[in-house]
Design a protein around this ligand. Structure first.
Ligand code: ZN
Length: 330
């Protein structure tokens, strides 16, 4: 290859690296503003080329009463109808929607978000706060996910963020830890988490991410890399952790970061990988697993009160598993 060809290729490569996509600086917490109509606002470029535009994070719609928080993970498969059925439950329910990752199968591509996710769970995109699963990274940099959700998904190099919901502080963690060494003691994410929790000493705190630390299903014993995140949340007095990845429903008693029952300070983990993809067997329970099911798709609905919470697993139409209960914040 001639030297000037290399130069041209290099220039092209450099130019294509400098895409117009801004690197968003995440505003840690958004207090929802009252609004009845809502239009997603894309990040806008400023005239100063050196400025990093702060992304405009659309406010959540306002609902009446104590916040309702509803969702699941492992959601939309283009080729079965289950995510339409889980979406039908949410459509009938007000409140903020969370996802515990693996939003659009099989690879989180732009087409899978546009043609599949958007037609089911996309109906309530304006009240959805998503998180990332491994399948979302099936597209390089999870760009299908970040382009679809926009500023609400946070900085595309991070994928973690937090917000307040009523009296609760909600933390979204990116459990794709291999990418950018994301979950270790000295990782940017854990440092951010510590600062974020210090800055938001709420009575009640909930966190969600994809890969469960505790699971009796297919990924049993494979989530140890989430232990530091668990310990950090535990140290800050958080109450609830929501996960997916294992395609079933599991509810644990409050535990510490070593799987020890801890009713005073422990966090209660729910695996809710029942959003629609398929269901995985649970061969046998593990310690502190209080309830589980692998025959019903569905979503979990929380009511987040000032110093307590209630949960209810709601199966899709035609299926029967139910689970409900309540607990207080530490
Ligand atoms: Zn997964």
């Amino acid at each position: 290859m001639k030297p000037h060809s290399i130069l041209i290729i290099t220039l092209v490569a450099l130019t294509s690296c400098a895409t117009p996509t801004p690197t968003p600086t995440l505003v840690p917490t958004v207090t929802p503003l009252p609004t009845s109509t809502f239009t997603p606002v894309p990040p806008t470029a400023t005239s100063a080329p050196t400025a990093t535009p702060a992304p405009t994070i659309p406010p959540l719609p306002t609902f009446s009463g104590d916040p309702v928080f509803i969702g699941a993970g492992d959601i939309v498969d283009c080729f079965n109808g289950w995510s339409e059925k889980t979406a039908a439950i949410i459509e009938k329910t007000q409140g903020v929607v969370f996802t515990t990752g693996d939003n659009a199968y099989d690879s989180g591509s732009p087409d899978q978000f546009k043609n599949c996710y958007d037609k089911t769970w996309g109906k309530f995109k304006d009240r959805t706060k998503p998180s990332l699963g491994n399948h979302d990274y099936g597209t390089l940099g999870a760009s299908g996910y970040f382009n679809y959700f926009g500023a609400v998904a946070g900085d595309r190099l991070k994928g973690y963020y937090s917000y307040d919901l009523g009296a609760w502080h909600i933390v979204v963690i990116n459990s794709n830890c291999i990418e950018r060494n994301r979950c270790n003691e000295n990782s940017d994410q854990v440092k951010w988490l510590r600062e974020d929790l210090n800055a938001h000493p709420a009575k009640c705190t909930l966190a969600y991410w994809h890969n469960p630390l505790y699971t009796a299903g297919s990924y049993k014993g494979q989530g140890q890399f989430m232990q530091t995140v668990w310990q950090t949340l535990y140290d800050a007095g958080a109450e609830v952790v929501l996960n997916g990845h294992d395609h079933n429903y599991q509810r644990f008693a409050p535990q510490d970061a070593n799987g020890k029952l801890d009713k005073e300070k422990g966090m209660r983990e729910f695996v809710v990988g029942t959003g629609g993809k398929d269901l995985y067997n649970i061969p046998q329970p593990i310690p502190n697993l209080e309830a589980f099911n692998f025959t019903s798709f569905g979503v979990i609905k929380f009511t987040l009160r000032a110093a307590s919470y209630e949960w209810q697993f709601i199966p899709v139409e035609g299926q029967t598993f139910k689970d409900e209960g309540k607990d207080t914040c530490h």
